[in-house]
Unconditional design. Structure first.
Length: 486
């Protein structure tokens, strides 16, 4: 049976996709609502003065915490993938994770000061880590290997995520400006509660593969896992007591840990006896794209550090005489994603076998993100002048184009090239590149200041384009190692 026949004969119950996609898109959308709604409020909560309702941390400390939090969320996808593959399966892991996320938002909403921040963020890190990788893995499980609907299904799923990411910053930003920070956090909790209800009532629509534990853990393995977990807790506690894990240096520490973990994880996968020769070649093909992905997210995730500071200090926030919360700019990318995604989905469907390969899409993405940073340089040369909001919105449109060529594609690719024994963990490993980028974005934000804007943006943009040029040289080899997968 050909791939085209599979596509034509498959039941079409949700925009031409399996019905389970609606359930997973629903829970993913509300989780993104709560995630991004909370994250944009968090930076201002840490950075704004006490008189403004914030905690009064320095800019470097506030961006470091936000960057480290983003990095740890995606780092914990490895743990969430491990739990799914070895203990609970993706479906039950996703349910437990949604409950943790809900409690994390509630904690931020009701517990004041840094105590609420640390407890709430710890719960959110664990919950979001189990959510992100497993919901992606469950979407992949809805499709057979040759089903050509897969990429379009992921694009629709990704558009749903961005609908939540669009609404979150707008509504929590309004709640923060009108009522206070804790009301913004509370609104994020309500959003996650809605997502949890959608998932609990729609689990019956998911494929049975999501309930399977691919590689069950032995009793001896469980004891080793407990020992590793206890060691991590001890190391974190020691780092906090010694001051190594201070707010100011947290993002840098997380970045270093992630780089070590990424290298070790690839070595483990490539040396595993559970990985076949063909699977191993495909893992090698992932390495250049993985490195490009790390660079891409280092720049892209600065929309939650440098660009948030820029929006609050360097952009005119009065539109038609009315004040606009700076959080609104964090909804610009989701708006553009929702507008542009149908056009790309239609384009890929029309091109059919002539659709650009995944490595080419990655190349376009890294070049676009570099161009977006270079577009800041004319405004940076204005030396402190307030810039029009449309200028920043235009740059965020280029951010969006870059994202659409990388992010949904990496989710689909991770499910196509994953070794069977590392299926969910491969999805989690891809999110480690986002983790490294998020943490690095927080650490690099310490180098940003209005006086150094021109150099900061121009160097970042030129470096990204240089990485793209080097990656272009590896594309023929990468395609060969992918063994026919696109």
């Amino acid at each position: 049976m050909t791939a085209t026949t599979v596509e034509q004969d498959a039941p079409k119950t949700f925009l031409g996709q399996p019905r389970g996609l609606a359930t997973l898109t629903g829970v993913g959308m509300w989780e993104r609502f709560s995630f991004y709604g909370m994250q944009v409020v968090l930076l201002y909560y840490l950075y704004f003065s006490v008189s403004e309702g914030g905690l009064g941390l320095s800019m470097a400390a506030a961006t470091s915490v936000v960057g480290a939090y983003g990095g740890l969320v995606y780092l914990s996808t490895v743990f969430g993938g491990w739990v799914a593959d070895r203990l609970l399966g993706s479906e039950r892991t996703l349910l437990c994770s949604a409950v943790l996320i809900l409690f994390g938002h509630v904690c931020l909403a009701v517990v004041p000061g840094l105590t609420g921040v640390w407890i709430g963020l710890c719960l959110l890190v664990l919950g979001s880590g189990g959510q992100v990788g497993n919901v992606t893995s469950l979407v992949g499980s809805l499709y057979d290997a040759q089903d050509r609907r897969r990429d379009r299904g992921f694009m629709l799923f990704y558009m749903g995520l961005n609908a939540g990411a669009l609404a979150g910053p707008i509504l929590t930003g309004l709640a923060r400006t009108r009522l206070g920070f804790h009301y913004g956090f509370g609104l994020a909790a309500i959003g996650m509660a809605i997502g949890l209800i959608i998932y609990a009532t729609g689990r019956k629509n998911l494929h049975a593969r999501g309930r399977v534990v691919p590689d069950p853990l032995s009793r001896a393995g469980a004891m080793r896992a407990l020992g590793v977990g206890a060691l991590i807790v001890v190391l974190v506690a020691a780092g906090a007591v010694c001051g190594v894990l201070s707010a100011r240096h947290l993002a840098s520490v997380v970045t270093v840990v992630l780089l070590g973990l990424i290298g070790g994880y690839f070595v483990t996968m490539l040396r595993s006896g559970k990985v076949t020769g063909e699977e191993r070649r495909r893992v090698y093909a992932l390495i250049p794209m993985f490195l490009v992905n790390c660079v891409f997210w280092t720049l892209y995730q600065q929309q939650f550090t440098v660009l948030q500071i820029y929006a609050a200090t360097r952009v005119d926030l009065r539109v038609f005489g009315f004040p606009m919360p700076p959080e609104f700019f964090n909804s610009a990318v989701p708006v553009f994603v929702i507008l542009c995604t149908p056009l790309l989905v239609s384009l890929w469907a029309r091109l059919g076998p002539r659709e650009p390969s995944t490595p080419v899409k990655f190349l376009v993405g890294i070049l676009c993100i570099g161009v977006s940073f270079l577009l800041f340089t004319p405004m940076a040369a204005s030396h402190g002048a307030v810039n029009p909001p449309l200028a920043l919105a235009g740059i965020l449109l280029v951010f969006t184009l870059a994202e659409l060529f990388v992010s949904p594609v990496q989710l689909s690719l991770s499910t196509k090239l994953a070794p069977q024994a590392f299926r969910t963990q491969m999805v989690a490993l891809w999110f480690l590149s986002t983790a490294a980028g998020s943490a690095a974005a927080g650490a690099l934000a310490a180098l940003y200041s209005p006086a150094s804007e021109t150099g900061y943006f121009s160097i970042s943009g030129i470096a990204s384009i240089a990485v793209g040029a080097l990656f272009a040289l590896t594309i023929p080899w990468t395609k060969k190692m992918m063994a026919g997968a696109r």
